[in-house]
Design a protein around this ligand. Structure first.
Ligand code: FAD
Length: 499
């Protein structure tokens, strides 16, 4: 059978939508096409993932199938190794083309993709991968990146011509060993009000409600633990799992340009859409940052770590109210605003002798929007492992006083402190032992002395920043990850910081 006569397979991964989808658009060519999503045990058992992610994926897939039904199409929802699934399909109905988006994933998906690529070569299957958002594969330097990004964002959406997307013959029999348990899908499809619902409908609702009214004070809400939940876009899980493409959001945003009173909000959102791809591009260029510091100069430092502090942090029982409130909120809802994320990482890694790899994995499980590229690039930047970014060591008490002065957020998530007055609720350790006993307060003492830990961390991190091996790698990091224009500015401001 020639390649032209075989089956086309569209493989969905983190692109769970039917619009602006280049692989689907390419498959709409009048040839039989099988749509596929595979729950892969290697990923489901990977320490970065937790049930909340698979619930979101399930909700997205079932919604897609609801929309595909009238077209006599559906996504086969399977469970197993992708290689075995391909083998099973190919034995029954030879595959000519495998179509998917490029994935900038963890090492586990990179290894899987290499195995799939070998399989495709051996079986003469043409695997056509399409660029994801503004992230470019095979780029060595950053020059020209922003220009490319704008070009991709301004292109027309890749819309499939549905009449040309022909369903493949029923594959139920050959795939019977891989069908995902329907009871599990049913359980995961149920709505959990504490987490954002997966799917294009919910994504569109978030997008439109942002432009209706929510987003007008977006720029003022970015660092606030409660306001951010309402006034930030909340698009992150929809972008991370691909219910929306960055281009769809970018083009929707352009339609609002010039709107009176919205200038700063729109400009702040525009920058962040750019950052989304900018951070993933870093991971695409150097995926080793899942395991080791981006700047080679930091490889020489081996620190002791405190298991007890990591445990206190992971259970939201550090005895520091604003920090615990952020941790518990995230653990329970899958969402925390940007500054809260930066602070909880800094608190563990700078002040509490926790490992950044521990933080990265635990947070990935909690973030509903876990996106490997943004996540690892941000962790490296926040912990101070790049050698090029301004290092911020947050004081969690000051953050609480600045952004939750009336302690409404603290009292919501740390109810043990609900009886305490403001500002004591930010520093309950200042309560005397007698008053403490009277209040019957079941809340731990802080695991660290914040002032001391802060001072020690500042000295350590600035000392390391000036280490010759760290400085030696700065130009390489800049060349790889920063465009020349920004690059020169960064070099200049770095000199200032290090003096
Ligand atoms: C340690 C750490 C880890 C993070 N891990 C993730 C992650 O796994 N997945 C993730 O989507 N974001 C991550 N972020 C970035 C950021 O905190 C979230 O994207 C943002 O808080 C999501 O809320 P929102 O959708 O309301 O964002 P908005 O502020 O409304 O921004 C719109 C979109 O822009 C992108 N974006 C916003 N801020 C950033 C940023 N600083 N860097 C890159 N892209 C950004 C996101 O896709 C976001 O949905 C991380 C930040 C830190 C400090």
């Amino acid at each position: 059978m020639s390649a032209n006569e075989g089956l086309q397979v569209v493989w969905f991964k983190r692109d769970l939508r039917l619009e602006d989808h280049a692989p689907l658009a390419a498959a709409a060519n009048g040839k039989p096409t099988l749509l596929l999503y595979v729950f892969e045990p290697e990923l489901m058992n990977d320490p970065h993932y937790s049930e909340r992610h698979w619930r979101f994926v399930t909700q997205s897939l079932l919604e897609m199938n609801g929309r595909l039904e009238p077209l006599n199409q559906r996504v086969y929802i399977l469970k197993g190794s992708m290689l075995e699934v391909l083998d099973a399909i190919h034995a029954h109905n030879p595959i000519s083309n495998l179509l998917s988006h490029e994935e900038t994933g963890l090492r586990v998906t990179y290894e899987r993709d290499k195995a799939i690529s070998t399989w495709c070569r051996q079986h003469r299957v043409n695997w056509q991968e399409y660029q994801s958002n503004g992230v470019k594969r095979g780029r060595y330097s950053r020059d020209g990146w922003a220009h490319d990004w704008h070009r991709v964002m301004s292109q027309p959406l890749a819309e499939p011509e549905w009449a040309q997307l022909l369903p493949a013959e029923d594959q139920q029999r050959c795939l019977s060993d891989y069908v995902m348990e329907s009871a599990l899908l049913k359980a995961w499809s149920t709505r959990d009000p504490s987490h954002q619902l997966g799917g294009v409908g919910a994504a569109q609702h978030a997008l439109e409600s942002f432009f209706d009214e929510r987003g007008k004070i977006y720029h003022k809400a970015l660092s606030k633990p409660l306001l951010s939940r309402k006034h930030c876009s909340r698009l992150s899980p929809y972008l991370a799992w691909g219910n929306l493409s960055i281009r769809q959001v970018y083009q929707r945003l352009q339609a609002e340009r010039g709107r009176s009173g919205w200038g700063r909000a729109l400009s702040a959102l525009n920058s962040r859409l750019h950052w989304h791809c900018h951070f993933i591009q870093k991971f695409e260029s150097e995926d080793r940052i899942e395991f080791e510091p981006m700047n080679f100069g930091y490889h020489q430092f081996q620190d002791d770590h405190s298991l007890a502090n990591e445990q206190a942090w992971a259970t939201g029982n550090t005895g520091i109210p604003y920090l615990d409130a952020c941790l518990r909120c995230l653990q329970n809802t899958g969402y925390l605003h940007f500054r809260g994320r930066a602070m909880i990482v800094s608190a563990l890694c700078h002040l509490m002798q926790g490992r950044w790899q521990f933080a990265a994995r635990q947070l990935a499980q909690w973030f509903l929007d876990f996106e490997p590229g943004i996540h690892y690039a941000q962790i490296q930047m926040q912990v101070g492992l790049t050698g090029i970014n301004t290092l911020r060591i947050y004081n969690p008490v000051k953050q609480g006083l600045d952004h939750d002065p009336d302690a409404v957020f603290i009292k919501k998530w740390v109810p043990e402190l609900s009886e305490l007055p403001v500002p004591l609720v930010h520093t309950p350790w200042e309560l005397g032992p007698i008053e403490r006993a009277c209040m019957d307060m079941n809340y731990p003492d802080p695991v660290i002395d914040i002032a001391q830990a802060h001072k020690a961390a500042r000295a350590l991190y600035w000392d390391r920043r000036q280490n010759p091996l760290v400085r030696q790698d700065i130009n390489r990091v800049l060349y790889r990850h920063v465009e020349t224009r920004t690059h020169l500015k960064t070099q200049h401001s770095n000199k200032g910081e290090l003096r």
